[in-house]
Ligand binder design. Structure first.
Ligand code: FEO
Length: 169
C-alpha cells in the first residue's frame, strides 16, 4: 500500500504531466499556424510522450494499491514570439519537471519507499535525455538566428522525429 503523502505527490505529478502534454499540444497548434509543420510534428510527439509519462504514473499508483484522483488542468499559453522563444520555454519547462522529479525522489527516500525511488529512476534518466534534446535544438536554432534557409532545414529535420514508446514500467 502506498503512503498517502507519496500518493498525493504522484497524483499532482500526473496532473503536471498532462499539463506538459497540453502545453506541447498548444505549441504544436501554434507552430502549424506559422507553417513550421516539422516542428509542429515534433511538438505533437512531445505531447504524446507526456501523456505516456502521465499514464506510467497512473498505472504505478494503481499497482501500489493507491487511488488516482485527477486534478484540473490549467490552460496553456497560446502564442509565442518566435521558434526560439518556444524552445526556450520548453527547456525552462523541462528543467522545472526535473526539479519536481528530484523532489519526489527525495521524498520517497525520506519515507523509505524504495519501490517509488526505483520507479522514479526511469523519469530521472528521461529528464536527462529530454533536456539534452531540447538544449541541442535550441542551440541550433540560435546558430541560425531562428530564421531563413537554416530554419527551413531544421524544420525538415524535426519532421523526421519518431515516437519510441517507453518500455513497460
Ligand atoms: Fe514528462 Fe517532458 O517530462
Amino acid at each position: 500500500m502506498i503512503q498517502k503523502e507519496i500518493e498525493k505527490e504522484l497524483n499532482k505529478q500526473i496532473r503536471l504531466e498532462f499539463e506538459s502534454a497540453y502545453l506541447y499540444l498548444s505549441m504544436s497548434s501554434y507552430l502549424s499556424t506559422i507553417n513550421l509543420n516539422g516542428f509542429a510534428h515534433w511538438m505533437r510527439l512531445q505531447y504524446e510522450e507526456e501523456q505516456q509519462h502521465a499514464m506510467r504514473m497512473y498505472d504505478y499508483v494503481i499497482e501500489r494499491g493507491g487511488r488516482v484522483l485527477l486534478e484540473a488542468i490549467t490552460a496553456p499559453q497560446h502564442e509565442w514570439k518566435d521558434i526560439i522563444e518556444i524552445f526556450e520555454h520548453t527547456l525552462q519547462h523541462e528543467r522545472g519537471v526535473t526539479e519536481r522529479i528530484n523532489f519526489m525522489v527525495n521524498l520517497a527516500i525520506d519515507k523509505r519507499d524504495h519501490a517509488t525511488v526505483n520507479f522514479l529512476q526511469w523519469f530521472i534518466d528521461e529528464q536527462v535525455e529530454e533536456e539534452a534534446n531540447v538544449e541541442d535544438i535550441l542551440s541550433q536554432l540560435k546558430l541560425i538566428d531562428g530564421k531563413g534557409t537554416g530554419l527551413f532545414m531544421l524544420d525538415r529535420e524535426a519532421k523526421l522525429r519518431v515516437n519510441t514508446p517507453p518500455p513497460p514500467a
